[in-house]
Design a protein around this ligand. Structure first.
Ligand SMILES: Cc1ncc(COP(=O)(O)O)c(C=O)c1O
Length: 381
């Protein structure tokens, strides 16, 4: 088997050679001819299967070490499909810090269909085990959380889940298969907002579900076809293009993040940095991802600091070529009440940076000028 970076550039061989085209063409047709009715055909209808999307899905499966992978029109569509494996009366244990949209889907949508859910700190195996009930069917978590970047090891949780006959579902958005491959550590399903690292350019909404076993893959395929939220051929083409440079992009983001982190750590005005620790001792993670959060010593200056940045764009999302900055309390996590934010450890002054691929010196200079500005305005005040 080739190395990961090579597999990003070269997807698995398809049974068509597409006239030797070096990139899989975009097949826009929504219906496909039967050479002879009665004989099996690979494709008959676009929702059920499309050559552009299927080539991408083969590649995603290989990157995640999955029996099958399926591309969707957004991360939420992918998460919906994965959770649709459960049924009325099932009980689900989720990580305390999972993406807010996933909570909304579980509570306000699946709740109506009879699915119940409890949120637990998944770093605490005893707490997870204590939450298991006779009707618990799955554990769903993010191995690196947003925005506090807390790490839950995958293998011990997957082992616990299997001991109790539960599915382990991992949202791997914050890492991508370049930094972690949860199926190799015992997870059953991986979901992604491919809108982030996998597409990588803030121009495409997409999602992925990857399944460890052929039986699970068949069930996810059934849902993809039944619900009809599969990724368009144009989207599949864009996602395939993003994948080719995933390793290059993340290597640069990690190097930039390191420079930014070292700079911030040297600044007395920065009180705390949130980023995964003990990475060298963690065999599951090749890196901690391109997001870090911080608090200023004077939390009241967070807004002025963020508004002063020139190069970091004030926007939610992450994993793309451009560096972004946001205030979780006012943007990504604004749906939480102040009390819920406090319980989640999200202070009003918490700042989240999503690092891009710009020159590291420019990123550091931008942060430095914003810190200087805050310092000067404090002195002036
Ligand atoms: C961890 C995580 N999972 C899922 C999603 C949802 O993905 P999408 O916005 O592509 O629907 C997001 C979006 O920010 C996310 O951060």
């Amino acid at each position: 088997m080739t190395e990961f970076a090579t597999r990003l550039v070269h997807g698995p061989k398809q049974d068509q050679d597409f006239y030797g085209a070096v990139a899989v063409p975009i097949y826009k047709a929504t219906t496909y001819a039967y050479p002879e009715i009665g004989q099996p055909v690979k494709y008959d209808y676009g929702r059920s299967g499309n050559p552009t999307r299927c080539a991408l899905e083969d590649q995603l499966a290989r990157l995640e070490g999955a029996a099958g992978a399926f591309a969707f029109s957004s991360g939420m569509a992918a998460i919906h499909a994965a959770l649709a494996l459960l049924k009325a009366g099932d009980y689900l244990i989720v990580g305390k810090q999972i993406y807010g949209g996933t909570f909304r889907l579980l509570r306000q949508f699946f709740g109506r269909w009879g699915l119940t859910v409890t949120a637990v700190d998944t770093r605490d195996l005893a707490a997870v085990e204590a939450a298991i009930r006779p009707n618990t069917r799955a554990i769903y978590f993010e191995p690196v959380t947003n925005p506090l970047l807390e790490v839950t090891p995958i293998a011990p949780l997957a082992k616990l889940a299997h001991r109790h006959g539960l599915l382990t579902i991992v949202d791997n958005t914050f890492l991508s298969p370049y930094l972690a491959q949860p199926l190799r550590w015992g997870a059953d399903l991986v979901v992604h907002s491919a809108t982030k690292y996998l597409a990588g350019h803030s121009e495409l909404s997409a999602g992925v579900v990857a399944a460890r076993t052929p039986a699970l893959a068949r069930r996810v395929y059934f849902i993809q076809n039944a619900l009809g939220a599969g990724l368009s051929p144009e989207g599949a083409n864009e996602l395939a293009r993003g994948l080719k440079t995933l390793a290059l992009q993340l290597d640069r983001q990690l190097a930039n993040l390191d420079a930014v982190r070292r700079f911030l750590a040297s600044q007395p005005a920065v009180q705390r940095i949130y980023y995964p620790t003990k990475l060298a001792a963690n065999p599951e993670l090749r890196g901690g991802g391109g997001v870090l959060s911080l608090e200023l010593a004077d939390g009241a200056q967070a807004l002025a600091f963020v508004n002063r940045l020139q190069l970091f764009t004030r926007a939610v999302s992450l994993g793309a070529v451009e560096s972004l900055v946001e205030l979780p309390s006012k943007m990504s996590h604004a749906e939480l009440s102040p009390a819920e934010q406090e319980a989640a450890g999200i202070k009003p002054g918490l700042i989240r940076l999503a690092i891009g691929i710009e020159d590291e010196h420019d990123l550091v200079a931008d942060l430095a000028q914003a810190l200087d500005y805050c310092q000067a305005s404090r002195k002036g005040a």
